[in-house]
Design a protein around this ligand. Structure first.
Ligand code: SF4
Ligand code: SF4
Length: 140
């Protein structure tokens, strides 16, 4: 099973097609609509979280390509908001990528984004809103 987020961009001729219905019924995918901007006769944009068997997802992507729906993976990056961080170090021990490093002299935390594996553990740990998810390809 895989779970992925995609931005779907519909050409005007595909906007009125029952695309999400087909993804569910024909490809046995679980669909969670995260964002939608669809108007008849105009380009539409739909951000979906899709869960299902890898082979069914591949078949669904082929179907979307066949009706000229553009598919872009939504990439999630973890962003550290230094200005909100109080350097409490709560995020340090549970991070599998060892992304948060404490300077033992100053006891200040720094973030090393390049080590992040995207597990999102730190989001629930930080009580100060200093860690957030930034999505690419999700503009509406
Ligand atoms: S998402 Fe996971 S790996 Fe990335 S900084 Fe947070 S805890 Fe560390
Ligand atoms: S848990 Fe939040 S406030 Fe505390 S050190 Fe980590 S990022 Fe900073």
């Amino acid at each position: 099973m895989v779970k992925k987020k995609y931005l779907l961009i519909f050409p005007p001729e595909a906007v009125e097609q029952p695309v999400t219905y087909r993804l569910i019924s024909d490809y046995h995918l679980v669909i969670n609509i995260l964002k939608a901007s669809v108007s008849p006769g105009r380009k539409g944009r739909l951000t979906l979280e899709i869960e299902g068997e890898e082979k069914n997802l591949s078949r669904a992507i082929a179907y979307l390509n066949s009706i000229n729906v553009e598919i872009k993976p939504v990439i999630e990056n973890i962003r550290w908001r230094e200005e909100k961080c109080v350097h409490c170090t709560a995020c340090v021990p549970g991070c599998p990528g060892q992304c948060f490093v404490v300077d033992r002299k100053t006891m200040r935390v720094s973030f090393h984004e390049e080590k992040c594996v995207g597990c999102k553990h730190c989001l629930s740990v930080c009580a100060y809103g200093a860690i957030e998810v930034v999505e690419e390809n999700n503009a509406s």
